[in-house]
Design a protein around this ligand. Structure first.
Ligand code: G6Q
Length: 541
């Protein structure tokens, strides 16, 4: 396809549309019955991750046509351009090089001509030295006490990654230290996170790429007041605040010594920044060695994505399967269902990764699209979701593709818990795929009127993603899998997955209203907003 060929006019798109129509009436029950090897054949494995995609509404021909779509839309060339450091974030004129953050020292393909890339390992070394000083107690607070509490102040991409990964890797973390993540501008977030902490033993990491984000700067100012209320000396700030940012000028203006600033670069998007210095709080929690293993896991998946053929490439397969449902079956959503309590923040993290990246309605050249892009991502850890929203997935009117994620080994081998957890995961994917027919229900149900209520149509698509154990390495590979899945979809859709102009308008309008509240400015408001503001101001007490 040339860059001007609209996606729906490509040969592969037309072939997929015709193929989709020809599949009407096919059911996973029939597909599995016809091919006893399906459950082992439609699988792929890389970087310690096993993907079973056999319970999707696909045949071998579907997969071949999806691969053809990726070929025709130039996904591989686009991927290569990303790894090479080309400015593929065209609306901001930036390279997209989060993959360089996890390239090993001395790695041959490091795109060193891009400014900053040769500094990556220097920053990692600085982070590691700092983490060791804090973890060993050598770094002291203002009154000479070692640091026991670490509070990350950041939002969006400067919060979700470290907060999610800290939860996921708690078994590898320092259990004698406290780690908290404050993101919301709602003061309750800060108040609850600090109410039981001693300022003398508390370190704040102000994590903000721009160092101008209103939520984070408001929390950082409150943190400074909270600290000074007890320590009463501005000099104390140096021992209790460090910064992660690209903006040294603003860091210094806040009062943080730029020696205690950990830098990164404009080619690291917020939602792709966990493996940059934004991961400092995580490194403090799990230590530099485990953090290094996390980077190894990311890199292993990056290498797989960079080199594996499309038909065996896990992120590309996931991306193409998602696209199959979004664009050819009218699916609006994507459920991500981790069967591991430690992954309880994974879906929130993936919501940002996917929805901020691919929530776009114009292509890279600004032309309006005539097809759907990113889905609504949602989910909860299993088994909790089973007792809540799975009903709609099983028997509702919508098609909801699901990713089930599980670990073969548990970190907490208690009683029969893990077997039960995994039995539930496999049972759900079976029920969704094969359902229960009216004949089967009739065999059990004497009341004929109840039969339709108890029928499960089945034929509801799922991926099953297994890792052996949720190690730092496995987590890195899992996150990179989703990063590159999102990339693949964005590449086929022809959109820029690396900007987020949609976030800006809200920020601007909130600042304007803040000035209206404080009487600094007047704004011409719509009648609804004007009445709401008046009600708020008259009642806020
Ligand atoms: C992520 C977005 C956004 C960003 C936050 C925080 O890709 O750009 O979530 O991470 O708005 O921005 P700062 O790090 O600049 O405070």
């Amino acid at each position: 396809m040339t860059s001007t060929t609209p996606l729906r006019q490509t040969a592969a798109w037309a072939a997929l549309e015709a193929h989709q129509a020809s599949l009407a009436g096919q059911h996973l029950r029939g597909l599995f019955a016809a091919d006893p090897t399906r459950g082992t054949r439609l699988t792929a494995e890389a970087a310690g991750i096993y993907l079973d995609y056999s319970k999707n509404l696909v045949t071998d021909e579907t997969m071949a046509l999806l691969v053809a779509l990726a070929e025709e839309t130039g996904v591989e060339a686009r991927r290569d351009a990303m790894f090479a450091g080309e400015a593929i974030n065209n609306t901001e004129g930036r390279a997209v090089l989060h993959t360089a953050l996890r390239m090993p020292r001395g790695y041959a393909s490091l795109p060193t001509r891009v400014a900053g890339v040769s500094e990556i390992h220097g920053v990692l070394d600085k982070m590691a030295a700092f983490a060791e000083r804090v973890r060993s107690g050598e770094w002291k607070g203002y009154t000479g006490k070692p640091i026991r509490n670490v509070v990350n102040l950041g939002i969006g991409g400067s919060d979700l990654g470290p907060a999610m990964a800290y939860e996921a890797l708690r078994p590898y973390s320092r259990r004698d230290m406290v780690f908290r993540f404050v993101s919301n501008v709602d003061g309750s977030d800060f108040a609850e996170a600090t109410r039981d902490l001693d300022p003398e033993e508390t370190l704040f990491i102000v994590a903000s790429k721009t160092f101008t984000t209103i939520e984070t700067m408001t929390n950082a100012n409150t943190a400074r007041d909270w600290l000074l209320e007890k320590l009463c000396d501005k000099i104390a700030i140096a021992a209790h605040f460090v910064a992660v940012s690209t903006n040294a000028v603003e860091v210094a203006r806040f009062g943080i010594d730029t020696d205690n600033m950990f830098g990164f670069w404009d080619w690291v998007g917020g939602r792709y920044s966990l493996t940059s210095a934004i991961g400092l709080s995580l490194m403090l929690a799990i230590g530099p060695d485990h953090f290094g293993e996390l980077l190894d896991g990311f890199h292993a998946m990056d290498e797989h994505f960079r080199t594996a053929p499309i038909a065996e490439n896990l992120p590309m397969l996931l991306g193409l399967l998602g696209l199959w449902y979004s664009n050819f079956h009218g699916a609006e959503t994507q459920a991500v269902l981790p069967y591991d309590q430690y992954l309880n923040k994974l879906t929130a993290y993936l919501q940002q990764l996917d929805m901020e990246s691919n929530g776009k309605s114009v292509d890279r050249d600004g032309r309006r699209l005539d097809y759907n892009t990113g889905p609504v991502v949602f989910g909860q850890p299993g088994t909790n979701g089973q007792h809540a929203f799975y009903q709609l997935i099983h028997q509702g009117t919508r098609l909801i593709p699901c990713d089930f994620i599980g670990c073969c080994q548990t970190q907490n081998p208690l009683n029969v818990h893990h077997d039960l957890l995994m039995a539930n995961l496999f049972a759900q994917t079976r029920a969704l795929a094969f359902g229960k027919t009216a004949e089967e229900v009739a065999g059990e149900e004497k009341d004929a009127e109840l039969v339709p209520h108890r029928v499960f149509e089945g034929n509801r698509p799922t991926n099953t993603i297994l890792v052996d154990r949720l190690t730092p390495q496995a987590l890195g590979a899992l996150i990179a899998l989703y990063e590159h899945k999102v990339f693949t979809q964005g590449a086929v859709w022809g959109i820029n997955s690396f900007d987020q102009w949609g976030v800006q308008l809200g920020k601007v309008l909130a600042t304007e209203l803040g000035e209206v509240f404080s009487g600094k400015a007047k704004a011409a408001l719509d009648s609804s907003t004007e009445a709401l503001v008046a009600r708020y101001l008259s009642r806020k007490g």
